[in-house]
Design a protein around this ligand. Structure first.
Ligand code: HDE
Length: 718
């Protein structure tokens, strides 16, 4: 090794590099390594190209901007190892995208335990107050491919990894607490039905097509998840404004082996908020990266999001006590029956350095569990334990993906697994089997009593005849979608119905549409009638076996009159004019006042003159949670305002009216309130603030932003 450094140093001096500038001067490593923060366990893997010469993968300095040719005009020579290596590496840059959840975004963070929870679990990351555990999280949509849009209506993945001091623990959850099916063997059917048609690959990232609704209506276990996805949960305002759920029932196991059943919850400290469908559709076209940009920006600006980790704890003998089977992943356990105990908080505070190395290569598995946690017999969970490892072998082409930096546990690894493609460990132990005497029996077996090993809850008992069926205790598919529907506000019910209308109006098959109405009718006659009317169909008579009037709290994303816990990082657009005197000065004043309260403010003008952040040609209401008009800009709104070649006709008024129609707070300062009239915004409406001072406008608008959406602006069915 010493010899290699000397040779490289000699190269450095030949090339005229000073010893300090030579990348190899202080290390025999491949490139200059990033010093990184001491707290960043990935720092030692990071390559910093801020100085040094280009080298081949084999480490020799070289130039790579022209291929080696026989004469200036070609041909290129086979001998050109520099060309071959560069092109070959490029040819192999992609790995298969995830079969589902292909589009995602990741971030690093930390989990802090609130207490010593050894009364519940032997898991070490929960065994002391203030104990900190590094985390990596990946959010995703399910159906779309890696290049699809963030705002497709979909269930969202919420995959979390704890790098605990006793191994990696993953909760690979979703933002919806239930799932479509009850047995993993049906997963390929679900995914085939939901993904684009096999003949023309249409539609991308959407369920608005025949096969999806054919499956939904033939497989009523899907109805509950479908209802959540058709409501606001399918189109969250941001990834920060959604909760996460483990979905299955798991077990927490104490040191003594006693266990309880648990449901995992991640409760957003930002609150829950959703877009409305029309704006989601526009965003999907205009800004495919809406969610990933939002998360990135929030973290970069020091406003990293937080979620509290909670559990509903249930005695083992209560598995069938609540009127359904806790092993059935299509059911929620209402918090009125079992409240959530908050165990700690996760904060995301660091963006990845390299998307591929971290977000694309992170491999979550429900099978990554640690001492103190155990599975249940939920047949969906059982199948997932197999599937993730299997698909990751396919994605990575070999069994050593756990050695990739983002997957490496932060605890020591000792076992007798060896070799395989991409092996990076250099094992010294030549007795790589157990039992052995040649290595004094090491590595030793760890279990419940020695070595703090993982152990299966000793109280678990399973027995039974071999049967290929789904348990009759999983049979009721209609009561809980109804519970969900009953618990929404009237406007949210309307949104859900409108979403089903939109999706099923794209369905061509009359039979599928009829089957959908029949299933909806088992949940609610009201829903069936309202969807059927829009489709020009008749709903059948009420099918009331599962009808009830129960409700549960906490399922809304547009709580009427509810407020968000914080308005920080919400976005405000100030519509100004570069041509009107003082308009930009007033806009700047407003911006300063709003930004001081943590809002992200954009001043919009005709051109990117000084003080303007965005032009009207680029701006639209989907980019803002609230819109304000500064004096002077009203001249751009009126019926007699002149068309401008700088932006599409009518755009300033469109921003204002769209913001209003989508329920957002809107404001105007002084004479700018004329803009309300020109754009057709009712001046006296709730959430409409025409004020004469900056202070009053800021106060009004911020109150409106906390309400988030004024839902009385949306039309309801008669
Ligand atoms: Fe997944 N799922 N899934 N899933 N899932 C995958 O694993 C699978 C299910 C979830 O950000 C795949 O590594 C089966 C429920 C998330 O990397 C694959 C079944 C829940 C992610 C797979 C389910 C999820 C995945 C594709 C039915 C919520 C993205 C790539 C039994 C509790 C993780 C991969 C990330 C990814 C299989 C159902 C969540 C194919 C067979 C229920 C968040 O293995």
């Amino acid at each position: 090794m010493h010899g290699r450094v000397t040779t490289l140093l000699a190269w450095g001096s030949l090339l005229g590099l000073s010893q300090a500038a030579c990348p190899y001067a202080d290390s025999a490593q491949l490139g200059k390594r990033d010093e990184g923060e001491a707290s960043d366990p990935l720092a030692k893997y990071k390559i910093d190209d801020s100085d040094g010469y280009m080298s081949t993968d084999a480490g020799g300095p070289m130039e790579d901007q022209a291929s080696l040719k026989a004469g200036a005009r070609g041909s290129t020579l086979l001998e050109d190892f520099i060309f071959r290596q560069k092109i070959q590496h490029f040819d192999h840059e992609r790995v298969p995208e995830r079969a589902v959840h292909a589009r995602g975004v990741g971030a690093h963070g930390t989990f802090t335990s609130y207490a010593d929870w050894s009364n519940l679990t032997a898991a070490s990351f929960l065994n002391a107050p203030d104990k900190k555990t590094p985390m990596f999280v990946r959010f995703s949509t399910v159906a779309g491919s890696r290049g699809s849009a963030d705002l497709a209506r979909d269930v969202h993945g919420f995959a979390t990894r704890f790098y605990t001091d006793e191994g990696n623990f993953d909760i690979v959850g979703n933002n919806i607490p239930v799932f479509f099916i009850q047995d993993a063997i049906q997963f390929p059917d679900l995914v085939h039905a939901v993904k684009p048609r096999p003949d023309n690959e249409i539609p991308q990232a959407a369920t608005a097509h025949d096969s999806a609704w054919d499956f939904f209506s033939q497989q009523p276990s899907t109805l509950h998840t479908l209802f959540w996805a058709m409501a606001g949960h399918g189109i969250p305002r941001s990834l920060r404004h959604m909760d996460g759920f483990g979905v299955h029932t798991f077990r927490l196991v104490k040191e003594d082996g006693s266990s309880k059943l648990v449901k995992w919850h991640w409760k957003s400290r930002q609150g829950k908020a959703s877009l409305v469908w029309e704006e989601a559709q526009i965003v999907a076209g205009k800004n495919a990266d809406f969610h990933r940009q939002d998360l990135w920006d929030a973290i970069e600006s020091g406003n990293g999001p937080e979620w509290e980790l909670g559990v509903q704890v249930i005695d083992e003998d209560k598995v069938l006590a609540y009127g359904f089977d806790l092993l059935d992943p299509t059911k929620i356990l209402p918090e009125e029956l079992v409240p959530v105990t908050k165990l700690g908080v996760m904060k995301l505070d660091r963006n990845p350095t390299n998307y591929f190395a971290e977000t694309e290569q992170v491999m979550f598995q429900p099978g990554h569990i640690v001492r103190g946690i155990d599975f249940t017999e939920d047949p969906l969970l059982q199948g997932r334990i197999f599937s993730y490892l299997d698909t990751q072998l396919n994605r990575n082409g070999g069994p050593n993906f756990e050695q990739l930096p983002i997957n490496m546990p932060h605890s020591p690894i000792h076992n007798n697994n060896r070799d395989g493609a991409g092996q990076t460990f250099i094992h010294k132990n030549t007795a790589h089997y157990y039992p052995n005497t040649l290595n004094k029996g090491f590595p030793l077996q760890a279990n419940q009593t020695v070595g703090r090993g993982f152990f299966t809850a000793p109280g678990r008992k399973v027995s039974g005849d071999l049967v290929r069926l789904i348990s009759p205790t999983f049979d009721d598919h209609w009561s809980q979608p109804r519970l969900f529907y009953n618990s929404l506000s009237p406007v949210e019910q309307q949104f859900l119905i409108n979403a089903i209308r939109f999706e099923t109006s794209n369905v061509k098959s009359a039979e599928v549409k009829k089957n959908v109405i029949a299933q909806l009718n088992r949940v609610s006659h009201d829903v069936a009638v309202r969807v059927a009317t829009a489709l020009g169909l008749e709903a059948p008579a009420p099918d009331d076996t599962f009808y009830h009037n129960n409700v549960t709290a906490g399922v809304s994303t547009f709580a009427p009159n509810g407020t968000l816990p914080s308005i920080k990082t919400l976005r405000v657009g100030i519509l100004a004019s570069t041509q009107a005197k003082d308009s930009l000065a007033q806009a700047a004043q407003l911006k300063e006042a709003l930004a001081a309260d943590g809002l992200v403010v954009t001043i919009v003008g005709e051109t990117l003159a000084e003080g303007v952040d965005q032009t009207y040609s680029a701006a639209d209401a989907t980019g803002f949670d609230g819109v304000v008009v500064a004096e002077g800009a009203e001249a751009l709104f009126g019926a007699d305002s002149k068309p401008s070649p700088l932006f599409p006709a009518g755009r300033p008024g469109q921003v204002l009216i769209d913001a209003y129609r989508w329920g957002k707070p809107v404001g105007a300062l002084g004479s700018a309130d004329k803009a309300f009239k020109s754009a057709g915004v009712p001046v006296d409406g709730e959430g409409v603030y025409g004020e004469t001072t900056v202070d009053a406008l800021v106060k009004g608008l911020e109150g409106g932003l906390a309400r988030f959406r004024f839902t009385d602006r949306f039309a309801l069915d008669e």
